[in-house]
Design a protein around this ligand. Structure first.
Ligand SMILES: NC(=O)c1ccc[n+]([C@@H]2O[C@H](COP(=O)([O-])OP(=O)(O)OC[C@H]3O[C@@H](n4cnc5c(N)ncnc54)[C@H](OP(=O)(O)O)[C@@H]3O)[C@@H](O)[C@H]2O)c1
Length: 271
């Protein structure tokens, strides 16, 4: 396992000006973002935990932790946060929102909002950190996708499309960044009921599920309750840690027993 004493193991660390590697993580007000931040602090990194409304709740106290305001949909907010942060060794694009509804129940304005956060937010953050990483010829960008891109589920078509876009973006971008010593990787968490993601996804429905879909959606929601294999925030933090510190990590890292099982079922696992 990487520790500050063994940091020479990491190409990304070798060329940083600062003695301590620094990560910037988006969406640290809750859920996976907090677990990822805690993991990097445990490993001796400096952590810039960003969130729309800065708060210390849920994050460990540490003199290596800085909390900065950042809304990934606002270019000025991105620029201000990165100016304040200084050079970044690892960017984790974790901020994301869900939407649980059938297509006919999805308001198009809410669809735009979701793509703005999940897709354009990820692209904007990546674009903003890239020039400095490219000049330094070092850096890792980890984008949080989802296991819904491995096995489709109903009532998640909008969300799944946004994460499929993140996958395609990351895989293509990784090819153009590799020549500059910058790595990009994907982490695909499974279902993690411990975070507030599901509750938020329901809140973002925009309108009620159309009546015609009622029995279908009820049966589907019931089937979800019977699923036992789940993902924890610690699983996600571990996968992100590996994506950042293992130069040989594969392009896609499933996180959690459910995501790992889905990944094994896909041709991607053989790649
Ligand atoms: N939980 C799951 O089952 C699951 C499964 C697969 C993938 N994921 C993905 O994992 C990531 C984290 O999800 P989570 O489970 O930790 O959910 P969460 O607890 O709801 O956290 C989502 C985070 O994103 C932030 N966010 C939303 N809009 C933002 C914006 N415009 N700018 C900056 N931050 C914004 C939220 O901040 P606010 O407090 O300001 O809203 C929150 O901190 C997401 O990308 C999600 O799609 C989750």
């Amino acid at each position: 396992m990487f520790s500050p004493a063994t940091r020479v193991y990491l190409p990304v660390i070798q060329t940083t000006r600062d003695p301590m590697p620094r990560s910037l993580i988006t969406g640290c007000s809750s859920g996976f973002g907090q677990a990822i931040a805690a993991r990097f602090l445990d490993e001796g990194w400096e952590v810039i935990a960003t969130m729309r409304r800065p708060a210390t709740e849920g994050l460990p106290a540490s003199d290596r932790l800085r909390i900065l305001p950042l809304d990934v949909t606002q270019p000025q907010s991105i620029a201000a946060a990165l100016h304040e942060a200084g050079p970044i060794d690892a960017l984790v694009n974790n901020a994301g929102v869900g939407m649980l509804n059938v297509l006919e129940g999805a308001e198009i304005d809410k669809v735009r909002e979701l793509f703005d956060v999940n897709v354009l937010g990820t692209m904007s953050m990546t674009r903003a950190v890239l020039p400095a990483m490219r000049q330094r010829r070092a850096g890792v960008i980890v984008n949080i996708s989802s296991s819904v891109t491995l096995r489709p589920l109903p009532a998640l078509s909008i969300y799944s499309a946004s994460k499929a876009a993140v996958n395609a973006f990351t895989e293509s971008f990784a090819l153009e960044a590799a020549g500059f010593g910058v790595r990009a990787r994907l982490v695909l968490p499974g279902s993690a009921p411990e975070t507030s993601f599901g509750k938020n996804a329901v809140a973002r429905m925009g309108m009620d599920t159309p009546e015609a879909y009622g029995p279908f959606v009820q049966a589907y929601v019931q089937s979800l309750r019977n699923v036992t294999a789940k993902t924890s925030a610690l699983n996600v933090a571990q996968a992100v840690w590996r994506a950042v510190t293992d130069p040989d990590a594969p392009m896609m890292l499933p996180a959690g027993a459910d995501a790992e099982a889905m990944f094994r079922d896909t041709a991607r696992s053989a790649a």
